[in-house]
Design a protein around this ligand. Structure first.
Ligand code: GLN
Length: 538
């Protein structure tokens, strides 16, 4: 069977949930017994989001193979429960870099390199790699941004060509738009949707389905109108009203008949009747009123919650499984340094210090770790949060405030966190990063081993610095347990504080592997300690 493609474009405005819609449709097709993979095409010129500020772009999501990708890949992996690979995120930067390096090698034999066909061919080649590397029967491809952006034109042109290359029965276009609500007349407007469909048509793409996002219920008359003006079958106009439960979206789309429509259009048969019981139970659990526990998330990019998307989701997943509602209180670590925001930390039943780069706010995070250790408040340190928990203890044990990570103080007298000797030679920023999946051996009886309930695990990394082995003995004597190490024991992967209800730091990012129905064991263990601290629930 030829690979089937579903292309997602966005209209009207961005940030209305195109990524979640694609992820939810992926889940829906999986429930019908088909294998799916998802790819995001990002029109920016960076080669990957790794070098972008989280303020610009939100979290960088890391895959098994170490690819630094758009946060939508996190939605895809969580909703569909799949593992994606580096071909699943393509940027304009990657496409141009490849074409230009081929040109320099002389691969084009003296031709003039143009957007059409050279750039579009490279885009199509990369789309083709998804099915080749994952074996998926259906590949979902989401184009970032909205139709009308200059940057996305080559991507849309490539998709247009694919429809004629491989045929209508193998390709399907879903356009995700937004219906604004006019307060004065209390009505939803379809005009921006009509305009964006017209824009899409002007570049040769006719959408097969319109998913109309809205904050208000969408009447049948509006569906008629969109169907008529946008020349789409009425049953392919799917209103998607904002829900407070993200994981309800696949259920809503199934109810709207999206599954059967897509299968019919792509000439596919459902392999089995979808069984949504698990998802329905999940959504019911989210909706149920539950005792509230509070977690202070002490970070640096807290103004933009997207910067901690996976941490947020992992906390929510663990909370669902434990029957509690987790309230996440965002604390700016630089504020703590100025003696502000401490009441939020003090009112919380647990503290998370997530990953981060650069020195701003690190002292505040160290203070938060000290507070957690001294007051026996459950603490989960993720990457930087682990490194700073080590700095905190070492400062006390050595009675020296000059202890630091060399990331923040190159001339510190005690570099407890440092580059590994073999990394130092490599000056190129980014080149020294430890990225992707690495194995970790757990110490029997430790908090981490009890949480995982298995001796060996694999987790995703994204960092440059490591715990300095010269300080291991000293830290152990001070009460730190190295509960996870690399198989050769050279790298500390997990550190915890002995005799504390739960103070665990991981050099890796467990949040990337959490799933709504399969919460990450470390997040569950952390929240269990948080629940005990709050003295609620069972
Ligand atoms: N900045 C630290 C390092 O590079 C931690 C990175 C992170 O938290 N992801 O090692």
């Amino acid at each position: 069977m030829p690979t089937k493609y579903i292309f997602f474009t966005g209209g009207v405005v961005s940030s209305v949930g195109k990524g979640v819609t694609a992820a939810a449709i992926g889940r829906l097709l999986k429930e019908h017994g088909l294998t799916v993979a998802v790819q995001k095409l990002d029109p920016y010129i960076n080669v990957d989001p790794g070098t972008m500020s989280p303020y610009q772009h939100g979290e960088v999501f890391v895959l098994d193979d170490g690819a630094e990708t758009d946060l939508d890949l996190g939605h895809y992996e969580r909703f569909i429960d799949i593992r994606l690979n580096r071909v699943c995120n393509v940027t304009t930067g990657q496409v141009y870099a490849e074409v230009i390096s081929k040109e320099r090698r002389g691969d084009y034999l003296g031709g003039t390199i143009q957007v059409i066909p050279h750039i579009t061919n490279e885009i199509k080649r990369r789309i083709g790699l998804v099915a080749k590397t994952t074996g998926a029967e259906i590949v979902l491809v989401e184009v970032g941004g909205t139709v009308g952006d200059i940057e996305s034109l080559p991507f849309l042109e490539a998709l247009r060509q694919m429809r004629s290359d491989i045929g209508r029965e193998n390709t399907l276009f879903i356009h995700v738009t937004y219906l604004p609500h006019i307060g004065a007349t209390s009505e939803l407007k379809t005009k921006p949707t009509q305009h964006s469909v017209r824009e899409l048509r002007s570049i040769g793409i006719s959408p097969d389905m319109i998913v109309a996002r809205s904050d208000f219920p969408v009447g049948d008359d509006l569906r008629d109108k969109i169907a008529l003006f946008c020349d789409v079958e009425k049953r392919a106009v799917v209103p998607l009203v904002t829900t407070n439960v993200l994981y309800e979206v696949p259920l809503l789309l199934e109810k709207a008949g999206v599954g059967s429509y897509l299968l019919e259009r792509l000439k596919l048969e459902s392999r089995h009747n979808p069984d949504w019981t698990e998802w329905e139970q999940l959504v019911a659990k989210v909706r149920q009123p539950k005792p509230v526990v509070k977690v202070a998330l002490v970070g640096k990019y807290v103004e933009l919650h997207d910067a901690y998307m996976s941490v947020y989701e992992a906390l929510k997943h663990a909370a669902i499984s434990l029957g509690v509602e987790v309230e996440i209180d965002w604390v700016h670590s630089a504020e703590l340094e100025k003696e502000r925001g401490w009441e939020v930390v003090q009112n919380a039943h647990g503290i998370v210090v997530p990953g981060g780069f650069g020195s701003r706010g690190t002292e505040g995070k160290i203070q938060a770790a000290r507070y957690a250790r001294e007051n026996k408040v459950p603490y989960l340190g993720l990457c930087l949060g682990m490194q700073l928990m080590v700095v905190e203890l070492a400062r006390i044990a050595l009675n020296n405030d000059d202890v630091n990570s060399t990331e923040f103080d190159r001339s510190t007298s005690n570099p407890v966190i440092d580059l590994m000797p073999d990394q130092r030679a490599i000056a190129d920023m980014g080149g020294t990063m430890r990225l992707g999946m690495y194995p970790c051996v757990l110490k029997p009886g430790s908090c981490a081993a009890l949480a995982y309930a298995q001796p060996n695990v694999n987790e995703r990394h994204r960092h440059r610095f490591e715990l300095n082995n010269a300080y291991r003995n000293m830290l152990e004597e001070a009460g730190m347990v190295f509960s996870g190490v690399s198989p050769d024991e050279r790298l500390v992967e997990i550190a915890e504080i002995a005799g504390h209800p739960f103070m665990v730091g991981t050099q890796f990012h467990p949040e990337f592997l959490s799933r709504p129905n399969r919460p990450h064991p470390l997040f569950v263990a952390f929240l269990r300690a948080v629940r005990d601290k709050a003295n609620v629930g069972s």
